[in-house]
Design a protein around this ligand. Sequence first.
Ligand code: URA
Length: 201
Amino acid sequence: MPDSWENFLSDCERCRACPLGATRGKVVVYRGSPKAPLMFIGEGPGAEEDARGKPFVGQAGRLLDLLLEAQGFPESVYHIGNVVKCRPPENRVPTEAEAAACKPLLARQILLVRPRVVVMLGATAYRYITQSKDPISRVRGQWTEKNGFHMLPTFHPAYILRNDRERVVLWQDLALVRRKLEELGYLDPLPNQAAMPSGRG
Ligand code: URA
């Protein structure tokens, strides 16, 4: 039987495949559109995400939203999720075992969303999705195509909050994503080039 969002969300709620299920507040699955040509995958929920049950609603998320809005991405074109759906205590990086335990749910999520473009936000998402140990600073901004997905690694917005001079790099990578969605026919070209916003969203 084909999977449904209803089944998938209830499996996420019930999941105890790793110890994070026991310590989380809320399970954090997605925000944005349930079906979208573009999917962002971050690392894992922080304190605000854990409290609200939605990814990227803290400071890093506000920065991401600011940049997405300035690049003219409507919410209908994107879906935002994470490598793990439960908050690692003290905001530590999810372990390999936790990411592996969560992978079947992420795989189901990708099948339900059916994105054409997948953006890996930060080194952890890049490493756990591709299994590559290449540094994110070397691979960011470079497209690969795998199983019909256009994949792009870029910096995590939390990294930009700590290193504002790299903001332009994330901005440029989001411009690449915009162009890809235009090429694929999901967005019309913008009449004027967007200007990078300053501030933290
Ligand atoms: N950082 C992430 O990687 N994911 C979130 O949901 C929030 C912050």
